[in-house]
Design a protein. Structure first.
Length: 241
């Protein structure tokens, strides 16, 4: 017998984001064949399979939906020169904002401060430091070696989203913008490690559609999710935490 666990508590978002989402639950199934598993998980990628059977010939192909088949033990099997070239050339700059983009980001945050506060209680709506506004990285599939990400900032209170570019002129009244940007460069941490990069490239090449990449900070590191049209995949390499 095979035990299948659908664990929707693993989706992106913290406790306060998910507390009112009644779909964030865990379900367990006892499965006789792997064909039964396919029917259950066809619209769900957050699953775990517990091996209680000697006949699991199809399990490997099914579990690729979660992309965690790329890990420290298997990474060497997926290495290829094209991916290595992209990773080595782009890893440190792939998600980094220019000074102009960073300035626009600060301007957006200043303009949306009032969105994040409850007008009656004065409390922060999202309950976390920095919560409610995030950087979003979008990419269209283009089958090219370079990965041209476009940077956006989004306020989740009013659902406003703005592209961060180098063209718009703003007059941001911050005297120490140079120091702020230098601190950003010093502590900037939105990066893939190699395992996360290879997991991302699997999604990029298998789905062949626009993707959205999000980094959510925790005390240990970033949780990295990749959103396709139908799924949100957690590609975080927690083995290095």
């Amino acid at each position: 017998m095979i035990k299948l666990i659908i664990d929707n508590t693993r989706r992106s978002g913290n406790f306060f984001d998910n507390i009112n989402n009644y779909n964030m639950i865990v379900k367990e199934y006892e499965i006789k064949t792997t064909e039964d598993i396919k029917d259950i998980i066809k619209n769900n990628d957050n699953f775990i399979i517990s091996d209680n059977s000697n006949d699991l010939s199809n399990i490997e192909s099914i579990s690729t939906l979660k992309y965690n088949y790329i890990n420290e033990d298997t990474l060497s099997d997926f290495i290829n020169p094209i991916y290595e070239k992209i990773f080595n050339k782009c890893r440190n700059t792939m998600f980094k904002l220019t000074k102009e983009q960073f300035t626009h980001y600060l301007d957006f945050c200043n303009k949306h401060k009032s969105c994040l506060r409850d007008t009656k209680t004065g409390l922060h709506k999202f309950g976390t430091i920095g919560g409610g506004i995030s950087l979003i990285y979008k990419i269209n599939y283009n089958a090219e070696e370079l990965l041209p990400f476009v940077n956006f900032v989004k306020c989740y209170a009013c659902e406003t989203e703005k592209e961060l570019n180098n063209n718009d002129e703003i007059n941001l009244n911050i005297d120490d913008i140079d120091n702020l940007y230098n601190d950003y460069l010093k502590y900037y941490g939105n990066k893939f490690d190699k395992i996360e990069f290879y997991r991302f490239m699997e999604i990029y090449n298998e789905h062949k559609e626009p993707l959205i990449i999000k980094f959510m900070g925790t005390g240990l590191g970033n949780i990295i999710t990749v959103q396709t049209k139908d799924y949100i995949y957690d590609i975080t390499n927690v083995d290095c935490w």
